[in-house]
Design a binder for this molecule. Structure first.
Ligand code: PEP
Ligand code: MG
Length: 595
């Protein structure tokens, strides 16, 4: 049992985590209890063995029935992709070791089922602890959940249901599994906060699709919350305040009103074209990681997908996705986005991109190590499987292929050989694909930016990945908090880099966009307009805000602003200038710099 940290009266606790679903909510905290069910260990007589085994089998059947029901509800609510966890749990219920070992213990040791099950679990856990493989180690938690469920059914204890609560609540949990979430009465849940989790955690995905503010990765929020106290969740800033003072509540109520007003106002822009007052159109597209984001892409008015990060297809699984799986997912995406185009980026694993079962050897400097296109060129089979899936999907709509982490033209040529190979194979088997499928590269390594004129002759488009371009140009690890103050998007080196790439692209008459986080920040929109970018791709929610800036400006505004920006010698000067300029033009959206 985790000890609660007591807060003295009037003391508010501010916790910083990862905001994964924006919005502000003030409400009562409801910790989701996942306490272990207690049971009595009992000796039994030989005569009681058959009835004890019967109890065990009945508890398994009841547990399986519950899991089937949860699975059904998950699928009905449209979270089909999470049902695989329940399949794992269902399979574990059938596990020979779990069943046979427990039954043997009941027979031989003459102990009750709960006790036997606990001994079996301890044995299995020990065996798992000795395994090196991280993926398998994680499965130990699944077995624990399964055993917990069976024991709960043996002793007849119900999991506390938030469905029983009368009022609206903010769910506080260590983590939420799909099974947990589905047991909640989602009508009453107005916010989610969890100790663990990241952008792709189940809580994050669900809260975004339900548009409920959520903050994850708070580390120890569960230790500060007893239940019933007021908490504030700011999913936009990733902040949670436990036991806020009246003054803080007032501040956040105002923020909430302002936020809601802006959201409502901004949504109006979703339906309008991304055009300046002098008729210049800049294509605004969406970055997505999961196919479930398509409704948001459409709702916020994206003109296609500018970056589909496919790394997520390779995560949390034991086997690699095969060609058919790639094809089916891309096809669905492409068909749902008609008449717009979908840019599919090939695998960009490594560096900051989460581990999966793909073994990337331990590297001292992973950001500069074997990753992304380098990995794909070393494993052409894995690469070609994905390319074939993308090519097949191109028969169903407009698809573009984007190669990550290209450092020079040689890597591009190598990748093209594999792509041509894949095309040849499909052609000879009579499989349809778009023979003119556009091929582009991410410009995110300084060597590629400097040689963009050379690369540009051999591709159809560029997509500038400012997240990595900043990291590599300024030598600032993008995930290192100690140097984050040096991560400056407006550093003159970055502005010049982008300008150089745009100019080279246009000399080669190819289109160029930005798909790094900079594209989503409306502070930079006029600079990009001045630079002459053709496309900006961002998380869907950011689109209306950027569109608003565009629709209230002219191309000339952007060009004038850029002229000034290019004169500055430091990022701070530029930021100061641009902030003031934007605050003057859009006082409701930007804060003026203090003199
Ligand atoms: C980038 O580097 O800017 C980019 C868009 O790619 P990622 O963030 O996936 O590295
Ligand atoms: Mg990148």
């Amino acid at each position: 049992m985790v000890k609660k940290k007591t807060l003295s009266t009037g003391e508010e606790k501010i916790l910083k985590g990862i905001g994964v679903s924006s919005g502000i909510i003030i409400g009562k905290a409801a910790p989701l209890e996942r306490q272990r069910t207690t049971f009595i260990s009992r000796r039994i007589t030989a005569g009681q063995v058959p009835s004890e085994i019967k109890r065990f089998k009945q508890a398994i059947e009841k547990s399986k029935g519950e899991l089937e029901e949860i699975k059904q509800r998950i699928v009905e609510k449209g979270f089909k992709q999470h049902s695989y966890i329940l399949d794992v749990h269902l399979k574990l219920m059938e596990d020979r070791m779990l069943r046979d070992e427990t039954i043997n213990l009941i027979k031989e040791q003459l102990v009750n089922t709960e006790w036997a099950l606990q001994i079996t679990l301890d044995k299995i856990s020990e065996a798992f602890d000795a395994i090196e493989d991280e993926y398998l180690k994680e499965r130990k938690e699944d077995i624990k959940h399964v055993v917990e469920r069976i024991i709960r059914n043996l002793v007849g204890r119900e999991l506390r249901k938030i469905a029983d609560l009368e009022e609206e609540v903010i769910v506080v949990a260590h983590d939420l599994s799909p099974a947990d979430t589905i047991q909640l009465n989602l009508q009453r849940v107005i916010g989610f906060v969890t100790d663990v989790g990241g952008k792709t955690s189940h809580t994050a995905i669900v809260s975004r699709s339900l548009e409920i503010p959520a903050v994850v990765g708070l580390e120890d929020i569960t230790t500060y919350v007893v239940g019933g106290e007021t908490i504030i969740v700011d999913g936009t800033e990733g902040v949670v305040i436990v036991g806020p003072s009246q003054a803080t509540i007032k501040t956040y109520q105002l923020k909430q009103q302002h936020y809601r007003y802006l959201e409502r106002e901004l949504l109006k822009y979703s339906l309008l074209t991304a055009e300046t007052q002098d008729g210049h159109h800049l294509t605004l597209q969406a970055n997505i990681e999961l196919i479930e984001e398509i409704p948001a892409v459409i709702q916020y008015g994206a003109e296609g997908i500018g970056l589909y990060r496919t790394e997520y297809l390779y995560l949390n699984r034991k086997t690699l996705p095969d060609e058919e799986e790639h094809f089916q997912i891309y096809k669905r995406l492409v068909e749902e986005m008609v008449p717009y185009s979908v840019t599919i980026r090939t695998l960009d694993l490594g560096g900051d991109k989460f581990s999966s079962h793909i073994e990337l050897a331990d590297q001292v400097n992973p950001a500069m190590g074997l990753r992304a296109i380098r990995f794909c060129l070393m494993k052409p089979d894995i690469f070609k499987t994905q390319l074939r899936g993308i090519l097949r999907a191109s028969a169903y709509g407009q698809v573009k292929i984007l190669l990550p982490m290209i450092s020079g033209v040689e890597e591009l040529r190598e990748a093209k050989v594999i792509l041509e190979d894949a095309k040849r194979e499909l052609r000879s088997s009579g499989v349809a694909f778009d023979p003119e499928i556009p091929l582009g590269v991410m410009i995110e390594i300084p060597s590629a930016a400097i040689t963009a004129d050379i690369i540009g002759r051999e591709v159809d488009f560029f997509s500038i990945g400012t997240n990595d371009l900043i990291q590599y140009s300024l030598a600032i690890d993008r995930v290192n908090k100690y140097v984050s103050y040096l991560y400056e998007p407006l550093h003159p080196a970055i502005v010049r880099n982008i300008k150089g790439v745009v100019d080279f692209a246009h000399e080669e008459e190819i289109e160029v966009g930005i798909c790094g986080e900079m594209a989503a920040d409306p502070l930079y929109t006029l600079i990009f307009l001045g630079l002459g970018l053709d496309e900006l791709s961002m998380h869907p929610l950011a689109i209306p805000r950027v569109k608003k800036v565009l629709r209230r400006s002219t191309r000339t505004d952007g060009e004038h602003l850029l002229k000034e920006v290019l004169q500055f010698t430091t990022a701070k000067e530029t930021e100061h200038f641009i902030r003031d300029q934007m605050a003057e033009r859009f006082p409701e959206d930007f804060i003026q710099c203090a003199e």
